[in-house]
Design a protein around this ligand. Structure first.
Ligand code: MV4
Length: 457
């Protein structure tokens, strides 16, 4: 087992990894930017190294700085968390060259899944359902127009280097196809430096369902069921839950079997997530695979009892998964609300000093956060300051626990989206599990007492 792990991240996820390391008896190294000197991940790590200025490009995204910190502290592995360098095949390659274990899948698998058109092709070959679309990237508008006609409108033009919704454009017919194609290419080039795009049939108002998998270096892969992440705004997830209200046990077993086979086909080792769209007829289609620990991994931990981060560390060290698929059980229901430091009207970030930070806890509640009273929410990084998770025997109990927790949450000094969460949790469609990726758009537009939600919160 590793003796010392460097955590190339900050905030709640850096603390989450420290929890796992402490339980496993592994020493930790925090890295931090000049803006994060007083953060809890620095306080609770055994050692710490400042790796650069506040701007992430010069610190948390700086591969030479991270590697140097690992070298000088003698860390034998790096956990990248999520975001930042977590899906950097380059960091994983440099780690390999430096004989430092990267706690994540092989760089070749990271590269494969980072190329969305290629991932689609490989997954289709491995027996995973994909939407009608182009065979790989399409380099000319003329060819693309022909393919779009075959697929049938509406079609979606997606950046192959994209993911998370960036560089996507819908074309509703041949008349707006040219414009959408050019815009998608231009956005892809600007955002990722690669203008390549591919085409897919567009699904209206689907559910976002993702399967959690874990693989080891001995050919074992298990799935830990799904999370439904349909409640999101501008591709930022707000609420996630497990299980999905839309999946039967039969569909779960079917999709689970498919993702396990697909992961085995690419020799997937470590934690990963396979994203699907689920349409109104219950048909599902592969979208992309994320080769990292996800923000929302905690809801899966609550319903399965598996510590995903400890498993990640064990398998990276060459150990076998500590359980078999037949030993995975699902218990009750879990929901997560992402608490963001943002203005509830404008959604603009609301950084600053938190004067009071108090959450009640109690049965079935888990809070993952690096915030505390008198902490500083930095304008340099993501605005998510806490993940509140509620577990109950069923969905209704989980929702009730979430509501009473958020009602008794006191965060003063900055603005947060807690009021928004409480409004969503009270919405009939949410309570009845009628979720889709269109939920938030409808919700924001729906008038309440003569005002739209955007005006009311
Ligand atoms: C789609 C789609 C409809 N049809 N693909 C957005 C993020 C990326 N992971 C895939 N995304 C979508 N792909 C086809 N062919 C709709 C979305 C989408 C979406 C997906 C998941 C969660 C929220 C979403 C919000 C808007 C659009």
């Amino acid at each position: 087992m590793f003796k010392k792990i460097l955590i190339a991240n900050r905030g709640e996820i850096a603390l989450r990894v420290i929890h796992a390391c402490r339980e496993l008896g592994i020493k930790t190294v925090a890295v931090y930017s000049e803006a994060d000197e007083n953060c809890l991940h620095v306080r609770f790590a055994d050692e710490d190294v400042c790796i650069g200025p506040a701007r992430a490009a010069q610190s948390y995204l700086n591969v030479p700085a991270v590697i140097s910190a690992a070298e000088v502290t003698g860390a034998d592995a790096i956990h990248p968390g999520y975001g930042f360098l977590s899906e950097s095949a380059y960091l994983a390659e440099v780690c390999e060259a430096c004989h430092i274990k990267f706690i994540g899948p092989d760089p070749r698998v990271i590269r494969l899944m980072g190329d969305k058109a290629r991932a689609r092709r490989v997954m289709k070959k491995a027996g995973v359902p994909v939407l009608p679309g182009s065979e790989g990237i399409v380099d000319s508008e003329e060819k693309a127009l022909k393919i779009a006609k075959d697929i049938g409108y509406p079609v979606l033009i997606k950046a192959t280097a994209g993911g998370g919704g960036r560089g996507m454009r819908v074309a509703t017919g041949p008349s707006d196809f040219g414009q959408a194609f050019k815009t998608a290419q231009r956005e892809a080039e600007a955002a990722f430096g690669v203008k390549d795009v591919y085409l897919e049939k567009y699904v209206d108002s689907p559910r976002h369902i993702e399967f959690q998998i874990l693989g080891d270096h001995h050919g074992n892969v298990v799935h830990l069921g799904e999370r439904e992440c349909s409640i999101q705004r501008r591709h930022q997830k707000l609420i996630e839950e497990s299980p999905s209200p839309a999946l039967s046990d039969k569909l779960r077993r079917k999709m689970g079997g498919i993702v396990v086979d697909a992961a085995k086909a690419v020799q997937y080792a470590n934690a990963g997530t396979f994203e699907f769209l689920l349409d109104a007829d219950g048909k599902f289609y592969f979208m992309e695979a994320n080769t990292r620990l996800q923000v929302e991994h905690g809801v899966t931990e609550l319903v399965t009892g598996v510590d995903i981060v400890k498993e990640q560390i064990r398998v990276a060290a060459g150990e076998r998964l500590s359980f078999k698929q037949s030993e995975v059980t699902f218990s009750g229901h879990a929901i997560e609300c992402r608490i963001n430091a943002e203005d509830p009207d404008t959604f603009a970030p609301s950084p600053g000093t938190v004067h009071v930070f108090a959450l009640p806890g109690g049965p079935g509640i888990r809070v993952d956060t690096a915030a505390h009273s008198e902490c500083l929410v930095s304008p340099y990084y993501d605005s998510m300051i806490a993940k509140v998770m509620a577990h109950g025997r069923d969905r209704q109990e989980a929702i009730a626990r979430m509501r009473r927790t958020l009602e008794m949450t006191v965060i003063e000094g900055i603005k947060t989206n807690v009021p928004l969460h409480l409004k969503i949790l009270a919405e009939a469609d949410f309570v009845n599990g009628r979720l889709s990726t269109a939920f938030m758009n409808r919700f924001m537009a729906a008038p309440r007492g003569g005002r739209t939600l955007a005006e009311a919160v």
